[in-house]
Design a protein. Structure first.
Length: 398
């Protein structure tokens, strides 16, 4: 049940690739004088959370803090986006029976200042270890979703068990970090935990890497010609993203003016969404390319970005669109969009599941978009280094 610490991301990657010779990477930079802080229950793969967590860890390294990323070797993806000074700890599966003991061995031998946890099982493991072995590391929990909605959707029995487990875990944490004020308030309402231990901190969504990726070439004819406005949606093709509402809204827009719709993402709702396009007679005006690893060239060239979700924590795609100066429309879902858009000041907020209101907002934004500089200023609040510093201040490492 021993964990394995590699000296750096580079060394860890070498263990995953068969080779006749093994190279030991250089030791950690001596300029990293604080920490370490250990990230447990996070992943680095494609998608919003992987990108945001890479930004957070890189921002902490940039601030001179040592960072350990505790991973199961099988879920290591997109490691090249991590600063090479981040140490990788292969701690095994979070859901395995021996996971708490492996975590204990790591904590005992490494003695990190802070253990920052994500995901239900990882948080439970950390609480068990802290209570059983009296570990002195500060235990911090990151919450990225609207908890009450998640509990309701599990049904009576599973929802009740989830609530009890969550309240127990969160009550034993030293710090709870929510990705928005709405999520923070929801945690307090559900758990009854004092607001003194709950902090609402912005996601470190924006880095210079985003702007570099947005400049990469794109071959989509709708975006290279730009003769007809393009409406863009980005996300997994699942019900919670509300793309059926966006498609119905687009049909109403198309009835009044030329437009095109691109949906980037993949998921189990694809066939249903395609059937809806056929039923509405708009399939020639809708493109669904599937998952795109780099959506930012699409986003930069879109005429308007639409977030149609039923719920969010803090929608990264909305923030990314603003950073690229793209006008936006969003559902007023719990939670995040209302905070990000300042009650609609920086983009219309429409009711969930209301295609008529969404279509009206899209047409309005296409006709009268806000200045690009106004939109990009909003996104600066989600800059990598600024947000990483706020995390470190809350965690006592500032």
């Amino acid at each position: 049940m021993r964990f394995t610490v590699e000296r750096s991301v580079q060394a860890y990657l070498e263990t995953l690739i068969p080779s006749s010779s093994y190279k030991t990477s250089k030791p950690l930079s001596p300029c990293l004088s604080r920490g370490p802080i250990a990230f447990y229950g996070f992943h680095t793969g494609p998608g919003g959370i992987g990108h945001v967590m890479a930004n957070l860890m890189n921002g902490m390294i940039n601030a001179g803090v040592k960072v350990d990323l505790l991973l199961n070797g099988k879920n290591a993806e997109d490691m090249d986006q991590l600063d090479p000074q981040i140490r990788i700890v292969d701690i095994g599966r979070f859901k395995a029976i021996g996971a708490p003991l492996r975590l204990y061995h790591y904590l005992r031998e490494t003695s990190p200042k802070v253990l920052l946890c994500n995901r239900e099982r990882a948080i439970s493991n950390a609480v068990l270890v802290k209570k059983a072995f009296k570990i002195h590391a500060k235990l911090a929990v990151r919450v990225g979703t609207h908890l009450s909605t998640n509990i309701r959707q599990r049904g009576l029995i599973k929802g009740t068990l989830r609530k009890a487990s969550t309240v127990w875990s969160y009550s034993n944490a030293d710090v709870i970090i929510a990705v928005s004020k709405g999520v923070a308030q929801d945690i307090q309402d559900v758990s009854g935990i004092s607001a003194n231990t709950i902090y609402a901190l912005n996601n470190p969504t924006i880095s210079q890497d985003l702007f570099a990726k947005a400049e990469e070439p794109i071959e989509h004819s709708w975006l290279t010609k730009q003769d007809i406005p393009v409406i863009l949606g980005v996300g997994r093709l699942v019900k919670v993203k509300g793309f059926d509402t966006l498609i119905r809204a687009f049909a109403l827009v198309l009835a009044k003016r030329p437009a095109r719709l691109i949906l980037l993402g993949e998921g189990r709702e694809r066939s249903r969404l395609q059937a809806l396009c056929d039923f509405l007679g708009i399939h020639e005006h809708v493109d669904m390319p599937g998952f795109v690893r780099n959506p930012f060239p699409f986003m930069k060239r879109a005429s308007v970005f639409v977030l149609s979700s039923l719920r969010e924590g803090s929608p990264n795609s909305l923030i990314e669109a603003l950073a690229l100066g793209v006008p936006v429309v969003s559902t007023d879902c719990p939670s995040g969009p209302r905070e990000i858009l300042a009650d609609g000041k920086y983009g219309p907020l429409v009711p969930i599941g209301d295609p008529e209101s969404m279509a009206e907002a899209i047409i309005s934004v296409l006709s009268n978009p806000l200045p690009k500089s106004t939109l990009t200023d909003v996104a600066k609040l989600f800059g990598r280094d600024m947000c990483a510093k706020k995390y470190l201040d809350v965690l006592g490492l500032g």
